[in-house]
Design a protein around this ligand. Sequence first.
Ligand SMILES: NC(=O)c1ccc[n+]([C@@H]2O[C@H](COP(=O)([O-])OP(=O)(O)OC[C@H]3O[C@@H](n4cnc5c(N)ncnc54)[C@H](O)[C@@H]3O)[C@@H](O)[C@H]2O)c1
Length: 201
Amino acid sequence: MDGKVALVTGGASGIGRGAALKFAQEGARVGLLDFNPDRLEAAAAEVDAAGPGAMALQADVRDPAALPHLRIRGGSIVITTSVNGSRMYSNVGASVYAASRAARLALGKMLALELARDRIRVNVICPGSVATNIWDNTWVLDREGRRVASEFPVVVVPLSGDKPATAEQIANVVLFLVPDMASHVTGEVVVIDGAQSLLKG
Ligand SMILES: NC(=O)c1ccc[n+]([C@@H]2O[C@H](COP(=O)([O-])OP(=O)(O)OC[C@H]3O[C@@H](n4cnc5c(N)ncnc54)[C@H](O)[C@@H]3O)[C@@H](O)[C@H]2O)c1
C-alpha cells in the first residue's frame, strides 16, 4: 500500500487499531479517527512507528467529512458489522445491536451500487467474537425490569477451540479487500468467525 492513505474510524482500539497497524506495516499513511481520546494518542504512536506516518484525529464518525475526497480520487471502503444481525440471531436482548448491524450491511450494499460510478468499492466484514476492548466501551442500559433481559451466551468457535479472533486476523481480511488486489470486488460480505455463526444461527 505504498503511497496510499487510509482513514480508519474507531482506530484507537480493537478492530480499527488492528487494521490501522496492518495498513502502516504495508506502507500506507494512516489517519486514526476516534471520538475517545483515551487510547488514541498511544494507538497513533504505535501505528506511526510501524510505517511511513500516522495521525490521530479526534472526531465523531457520525460527521461525514471524508466522502467528498474519496469521490474525487476513487477508493475503497470496508464497513465493519457483525455476525449479529447478518447470520446470528441467538443473543436474546441484543435486538437493537443486531438491527444496527443489519443496517450497516444494507448500507454497504447500497453504497457499493451508488458509489460504483465514482470508482469507490464498498465491502462489508462480519466478524464473530474478537478480542478487543468492546466490553470496556459498551454500556448495557436498563437491564432491570426489561421483559427480555440481555443474555451473553458462552462463545463457541469451532475453528479455534473457542478462542476469539485477534484484531490482526480481521485486519488480514481487510487488507485483501482494500487494495487493488480486490479491484473487482464490491458489495461483498465476508464473514470472519471460525464457523461460530454456523453453530449458533
Ligand atoms: N469485538 C467483537 O467481538 C466484535 C464482533 C463483531 C463485530 N464487532 C464490531 O466491530 C466494531 C469495532 O468494535 P471493537 O470490538 O473493535 O470495539 P472497541 O471498543 O475495541 O473499539 C471501537 C472504537 O470505536 C470508537 N468509536 C465508537 N463510536 C465512535 C464514533 N461515533 N466516532 C468515532 N469513534 C468511535 C471507540 O471509541 C473505540 O475506540 C463495532 O462496530 C463492533 O460492533 C466487534
